[in-house]
Design a protein around this ligand. Structure first.
Ligand code: GAL
Length: 428
């Protein structure tokens, strides 16, 4: 489904939900922005962790929530679609219709700032004091959740978006060293050619947002961390020859990908590597949970390394949970937020999700081999903000970049048009 069609479908669904709930619940808006609607012993949690390994992560968090708050009923408001590709539009429609869930998943950084600027979520600084959270998160992460000294959400995890996941058997079959890593994107191309010669897919991707995830890692590889970060603060010129060279590399990488990509979501693309149909997949480290769910072992069944040219850089994103203005069950939401911020909640959730805990007091030994490498990298690497996952740019900019990328990768625009579409997108 294209982004535009998904957006339309999501909006139509949201309007249906909104009119249903407005006509049936007769709730009463209070001055503090919350809405009274009878008992407050439930919480609707809105995420896009609807199936597979992502749902296993959510289930683990819900398990801790049920233990910590047995009197409050968890209501699953998950909307399928990786990276919130359908959920975020539906959420926006619900927020505009004054029909918010009790809490929703939002990315730390620019995406969260959008909700704050629109007055859609509440300052929850007091919960940091109540739940003793003020000192347990990295200062840099807290600053991405804060506007004018007020904190608006509680982070559940930290993910890394610039990882390659590989199938060693497919690489061996192509005559490649399965332990090899590649210093640059250009160094990677011969390996992709070798896989192509075997008839297997060199690089699996899925629908548009996964292509944007790939794009951001190529921009990062070719422009470096400072050049990449400059794309979001105006210091790097989108029309420069350096960006043209990166887009040329992106175009070439896309030529190694599966042709059924636009009908797939990320689990399908990762599954191609799990099943040995494809050699490599560039995906955030939620992918490791899919390998684990399939019973695969690191080193033998799969390998991983930072996208060529991005070693030493951690392409960061963090999920965090909010208290929307007008949340029908604010006490339920506060209970959920308490679990999200707790050491027990973060440990259980992240073990299942592939991410690392946002809390700095979690014990690395509780986590997998891959996660221990991510914890080490997060501690010493240069941190940059993910585009595809809401950290780097406002939602409107990401939507415009996604539309331009879809146009380009489906053959409806050439490279020069793509570059000027991207340059125009960042002005949104
Ligand atoms: C990201 C999200 C991750 C993971 C991924 C794939 O945007 O932050 O937690 O769910 O999408 O859906």
């Amino acid at each position: 489904m294209t982004r535009k069609l998904m957006r339309f479908t999501a909006v139509a669904a949201a309007l249906a939900v909104a009119s249903l709930s407005l006509s049936s619940c007769g709730s009463d808006n209070k001055d503090d922005g919350t809405t009274a609607s009878g008992s407050d012993n439930e919480v609707e949690v809105f995420t896009w962790w609807a199936s597979g390994s992502e749902k296993l992560g959510l289930d683990a968090l819900v398990g801790v929530f049920n233990t910590q708050h047995p009197d409050i009923k968890f209501v699953n408001g998950a909307v399928a679609g990786g990276a919130g590709s359908a959920a975020k539009d539906l959420l926006q429609s619900r927020l505009q219709a004054k029909n918010p869930p009790d809490t929703f998943q939002a990315h730390a950084g620019a995406e969260l700032t959008d909700y704050i600027a629109a007055g859609q979520i509440q300052d929850i600084s007091d919960l940091y004091t109540e739940f003793k959270l003020t000192d347990v998160f990295p200062a840099d992460l807290l600053s991405r959740l804060t506007v004018d000294g007020k904190i608006y959400s509680i982070p559940s995890n930290i993910h890394r978006a610039n990882m390659v996941w590989a199938n060693p058997a497919v690489l061996t079959e192509a005559g490649l060293d399965p332990t090899a890593t590649y210093a640059t994107i250009a160094d990677w191309f011969p390996a992709l050619d070798a896989v192509k010669a075997t008839g297997k897919t060199p690089l699996s991707v899925a629908t548009t947002w996964t292509q944007v995830n790939l794009l951001e890692t190529v921009l990062l590889a070719d422009l470096g961390a400072d050049g990449y970060s400059g794309l979001w603060d105006g210091k790097t010129d989108w029309t420069s020859p350096e960006v043209t060279a990166a887009l040329t590399d992106f175009q070439k990488l896309m030529s190694y990908t599966n042709t059924d990509r636009d009908g797939l979501d990320w689990p399908d693309a990762t599954q191609q590597v799990i099943d040995g149909q494809a050699a490599f997949n560039v995906m955030g480290d939620w992918a490791v949970a899919a390998f684990e769910e399939a019973g695969k072992k690191p080193g033998t069944d799969f390998t991983y390394f930072p996208v060529p040219g991005t070693d030493g850089v951690f392409d960061f994103l963090a999920d965090s949970f909010t208290l929307p203005v007008g949340a029908p069950h604010p006490n339920g939401a506060k209970a959920w937020l308490e679990t999200v911020g707790s050491l027990e909640g973060q440990t259980a959730f992240n073990k299942a999700k592939g991410s690392i805990p946002a809390r700095t007091d979690a014990n690395p030994k509780d986590f997998s081999e891959y996660q221990q490498t991510a914890i080490t990298s997060f501690g010493k690497d240069t941190i940059v903000s993910s585009l595809a996952h809401g950290a780097a740019a406002p939602i409107a900019t990401l939507n415009a970049i996604s539309d331009a990328t879809s146009k380009f990768t489906t053959g409806a625009s050439d490279l020069a048009t793509y570059q000027s579409d991207l340059a125009a997108a960042v002005t949104k």
